[in-house]
Ligand binder design. Structure first.
Ligand code: NAP
Ligand code: G4F
Length: 398
């Protein structure tokens, strides 16, 4: 505690969830410290707006928010940070979080996602800290177990990411049982937002649509469209993380919307808003297919609702719209199509998008007609009357 305020330490604060969690905890009056790893180019875009306090207080206990350098692969940095900050709550959101890339980088994925939590938990134990610990576990751990999935479902992961996360999950439970640490797992199903990393499928789709509408690109290249995911809103899911640590005993909880959709349905929903057919814009490439795939995720979060009174409000259709509006805003402002800095509603950007889509459909139609006319001209030249007569004769003569 600092001046009667709880201290939260967030690993992975620069990520999608870390940034929303930091905002949420600051709004609750917490003192927040975040761990970022060194990068050759700043990796703090999602939290730069929070660093307003840094100039005023510097890195002193009085500062409500500041960042420290650390790495989940570096035990020394983890121990030093824990010893310096003496947090009340530790949120471990740090990870190599891309399932597809975990097949290409399996060792570092295991190192960060499995040994990372081990290093933090071991330091908490050795330093005899009285803090609570939150582990960002994942629905990817269910792997090929059929839906719906809840806390009792067998975990059969089929990616290096899922297997590493399952190790982190069990370590969290083991440190709870063996050493009495208040250590909890949030088993979160897919959750997205305008801050989602660019190479996750939802963000890739909504950003590409915005790019298509403003004229930056023509196509989206994707992999498997059949997989089903239970997609929620990150800003709401980080509140569930906090509720999990406020519960009177340490436990594990599924966090999900109980609604599932294929990637194809996400495409349909997004393109339909603009009256466009997704099939005109999507190409499939094996480059984006994985060696093994989790076929269907559908979370049953009844326990979180019953025990924590947590429930998601943003459902699939709202999520698609809010992500599209955010990407349209950014791209339209870049192109000077929408005014900079003005606080317009999501509907404003979606309506502008619809106007652009109509123009695009008109241009596509014109191009198609031009193409057909050109082909007819070609046919006219090639098939002179004599040639056509020859073909008719051949047909007549069998
Ligand atoms: P994210 O945007 O990829 O954020 C992950 C964060 O971890 C980034 O800030 C990243 O830093 C940091 N990180 C990566 N390797 C690190 C290392 N070696 N040392 C220190 N920090 C490191 O992921 P997210 O969507 O916010 O997800 C948060 C957590 O929840 C992750 O653990 C993820 O696996 C898990 N999870 C996510 C979902 C979901 O659908 N979003 C669902 C279930 C579980 P850089 O910016 O430097 O890369
Ligand atoms: O958006 P994705 O990469 O998310 P995925 O693999 O479900 O993982 C996310 O959710 C997990 C929770 O279940 C988290 F633990 C994890 O950190 C991450 O946040 O892919 C979703 C689906 C997959 O089936 C994938 O094969 O979309 C399919 N997909 C099709 N084309 C694609 C693409 N995925 C990506 N990333 N890029 C594509 O072009």
């Amino acid at each position: 505690m600092i001046n009667g305020k709880k201290v939260a330490l967030i690993f992975g604060i620069g990520g999608q969830d870390g940034s929303y969690l930091a905002e949420f905890l600051l709004s609750k009056g917490y003192v927040v410290r975040g761990v970022v790893r060194r990068a050759s180019f700043p990796n703090t875009k999602r939290i730069d707006h929070l660093d307003i306090y840094d100039d005023k207080y510097g890195k002193t206990p009085a500062s409500p928010f500041y960042l420290l350098y650390g790495d989940l692969a570096d035990s020394t940095s983890i121990r030093n940070i824990l010893e310096e900050i003496l947090p009340d709550e530790v949120y471990n959101l740090g990870a190599q979080s891309h399932v597809g890339i975990s097949f290409q980088n399996p060792e570092s994925t295991m190192n960060f996602n499995a040994l990372g939590p081990l290093r933090i938990l071991e330091a908490i134990k050795d330093l005899k800290l009285k803090c609570k610990y939150y582990q960002a576990s994942s629905s990817e751990m269910f792997g090929i177990s059929p839906p719906p999935q809840n806390e009792d479902t067998t975990m059969l992961p089929i990616s290096p990411y899922g297997i590493a996360k399952l190790a982190g999950y069990h370590l969290t439970r083991m440190y709870r049982k063996a050493y009495g640490i208040f250590a909890c797992n949030g088993i979160l199903f897919n959750h997205e937002s305008p801050r989602r990393g660019l190479n996750f499928v939802t963000k890739k789709i909504t950003r590409s649509i915005a790019d298509i509408l403003v004229g930056n690109r023509e196509k989206i290249v994707l992999g498997n469209l059949d997989a089903k995911r239970d997609w929620g809103f990150s800003k709401e899911y980080v509140q569930a993380m906090w509720h999990i640590l406020q519960h009177d005993k340490p436990d594990d909880f599924v966090v999900a919307t109980k609604e599932t959709h294929t990637v194809r349905e996400f495409l349909e929903e997004a393109f339909n808003i603009f009256g466009l057919n997704w099939k005109d814009f999507v190409e499939i490439s094996d480059n984006y297919k994985r060696p093994a795939e989790v076929p269907a995720l559908l979370g049953d979060a009844s326990k979180a609702l019953k025990t924590l009174n947590w429930e998601p409000k943003t459902k699939f259709k709202d999520l698609v719209r809010l992500m599209l509006a955010a990407d349209l805003k950014e791209k339209m402002q870049e192109k000077g199509i929408a005014p900079m800095g003005e606080d317009k509603s999501d509907e404003y950007y979606l309506d502008l998008g619809k106007e652009l889509a109509q123009k695009l459909a008109g241009q596509k139609k014109e191009k198609k007609v031009e193409g057909l006319l050109e082909s007819l001209e070609g046919l006219k030249k090639e098939f002179s009357a004599g040639v056509i007569e020859g073909i008719v004769n051949q047909l007549k003569n069998g």
